[in-house]
Write a protein that binds this ligand. Sequence first.
Ligand SMILES: [Zn+2]
Ligand SMILES: [Zn+2]
Length: 71
Amino acid sequence: MAEKELQTCVRCKYVADKEDRYCIHCGAPLKNKCTKEKTLLHKGCNKVNKPDAKYCADCGTETLFSEWNLI
Ligand SMILES: [Zn+2]
Ligand SMILES: [Zn+2]
């Protein structure tokens, strides 16, 4: 049986399931997504960046972790 993939919360170090989007212990986001939002003119950017990325590698917009002051 394959081992379950896990991810660690950057704020409280809680080990969460890979599919979880937010930490169930502290509410911090677990995926470092780009914060560029969808507008009428732009389709937005949903890139999931590396956990230590302050800015999106695709478009240079601030990432979710940076916005939450997690990194
Ligand atoms: Zn947490
Ligand atoms: Zn982006």
